[in-house]
Design a protein around this ligand. Structure first.
Ligand code: PLP
Length: 426
């Protein structure tokens, strides 16, 4: 293997490697990370370490290079790194399914182990459409969602992302045509709730499901809303024979101060997607859970199987690390850690409220958001955060953080200072 200098790496990266939402050849200069441990990313150019304010997009809740997760990966690697899931099964996958069922809202009983968040949403949509076909109602095939959402980059998820000004505008004429309600207000509003009820009632004959990110709309705008809307949706869906899907890919595993955001409303969806923090950010794996009603409905159909089966379904290595990550989370007072970070972010981000150009500052669980009244200058904002020794990824009009739960108080304060600096200079 040739060893590359940092400038060589950057040049090869620019020439050959696509980055998320990136052009080719690349235009941005990504930072080269040499290693990561705890909450710190070590840079390859020798300039030092950055405290990770992003948990690698919500996933690394326990931080990096964690001895328990390392051991789970090593142990499993010595036994079996992968084996096909058709006709075969294994302990890591079965154990993970049981852990997920036990910790999820009551009534979710069946688990499809997908290989990414987007795929788990594809599977959720297929489950819902197939359910209604099986019941002899194939006309129920549209989805209702909130504007301003984000559910992934594959076809069905793109169709329920923000349709205007969103990341997938390019495809708007080609994607399945779904139904959209305005994003929910932060506080409960009866007029808006009535609007949601009316939309579900009016379109019930064509609606397979309502799909939403509960409590926090993430990548589409980092908006928070009252959990009471989830109850409104549950009641409307029950009253009009529509399935309810919660996309907990970002919110799951404690991030909002509940294991799953659905718990804030004491609501069980018919289908729930999880991913990101499932493996503690180590390996790509997600899951789609559903109730017995959904699974039984599919089983009664002309084609009584769920027609989906990726090559890496149930990957033992990812499943073993996921089991370790979930057990690590549940074996500690995770809520105390999330609340501690919430308090630190509230304290530290209070200073942002008075800055010119800042429209809103909001904190929920281990999520802190500063919203600007203008599009952020990503380069300037990132540079300001790096100067404070922190890794952030501002976008649109947002500077935000969702740190690993193991981030100590001094580092939480440092992250908050970096968010303020990025908001000031971006
Ligand atoms: N759903 C939500 C709520 C997300 O935040 C994301 C990713 O950001 C996805 C789905 C897609 O997950 P993945 O990037 O693993 O495909």
């Amino acid at each position: 293997m040739p060893e590359f200098s940092v400038p060589e790496l950057l040049e090869l990266d620019r020439r050959h490697v696509w980055h998320p939402y990136g052009p080719m050849p690349g235009r941005q200069e990504p930072l080269v990370v040499e290693s990561a441990s705890g909450v710190r990313l070590k840079l390859a150019d020798g300039s030092g370490e950055l405290v990770d304010g992003m948990s690698s997009w919500w996933s690394a809740i326990h931080g990096y290079n964690h001895p328990v997760l390392n051991e789970a990966a090593r142990g499993q690697l010595g036994r079996m790194s992968h084996v096909m899931f058709g006709g075969l099964t294994h302990e890591p996958a079965v154990r993970l399914a049981k852990l997920l069922v036990d910790m999820s809202p009551e009534g979710l009983e069946h688990v499809f182990l997908a290989d990414s968040g987007s795929v788990s949403v594809e599977v959720a949509v297929k489950m819902c459409l197939q359910y209604w076909r099986s019941l002899g109602r194939p006309g129920k095939r549209r989805l209702l969602t909130w504007r301003g959402g984000y559910h992934g980059d594959t076809w069905q998820p793109m169709s329920v992302c923000d349709p205007e000004g969103g990341m997938h505008e390019l495809w708007s004429g080609l994607l399945p045509r779904q139904l959209f309600a305005d994003p929910p207000p932060a506080e409960y509003d009866e007029t808006y709730a009535g609007h949601l009820r009316a939309l579900v009632a009016r379109h019930a004959d064509e609606l397979a499901a309502v799909i939403v990110e509960p409590v926090v709309q993430g990548a589409g705008g980092m908006r928070f809303h009252s959990p009471a809307y989830l109850r409104v949706l549950r009641e409307a869906c029950d009253a009009h024979d529509v399935l309810l899907v919660f996309d907990e890919i970002a919110t799951g595993f404690g991030r909002t101060g509940a294991l799953f955001a659905a718990e804030h409303a004491a609501v069980t969806p018919d289908v729930m997607c999880v991913g990101k923090a499932l493996t503690g950010g180590y390996l790509t794996m997600a899951a789609t859970l559903c109730t017995a009603r959904v699974a039984d409905g599919i089983s009664r159909g002309e084609v009584p199987v769920l027609a989906h089966g990726p090559t890496f379904m149930g990957n033992p290595l990812a499943a073993a690390v996921a089991c370790a990550s979930v057990e690590l989370l549940l074996g500690q007072d995770w809520l105390a850690e999330v609340k501690r970070i919430e308090a630190g972010l509230r304290d530290g981000l209070a200073a942002a409220a008075g800055l010119p150009g800042v429209r809103d500052v909001r904190v929920l669980g281990a999520i802190g958001v500063v919203q600007l009244d203008h599009a952020v200058d990503m380069k300037a904002a990132t540079r300001a955060a790096v100067r404070e020794g922190v890794w952030l990824r501002p976008f649109r009009d947002l500077v935000y953080t969702m740190p690993p739960y193991v981030t100590g108080d001094a580092d939480v304060a440092r992250i908050a200072r970096a968010v303020c600096a990025a908001a000031r200079e971006g």
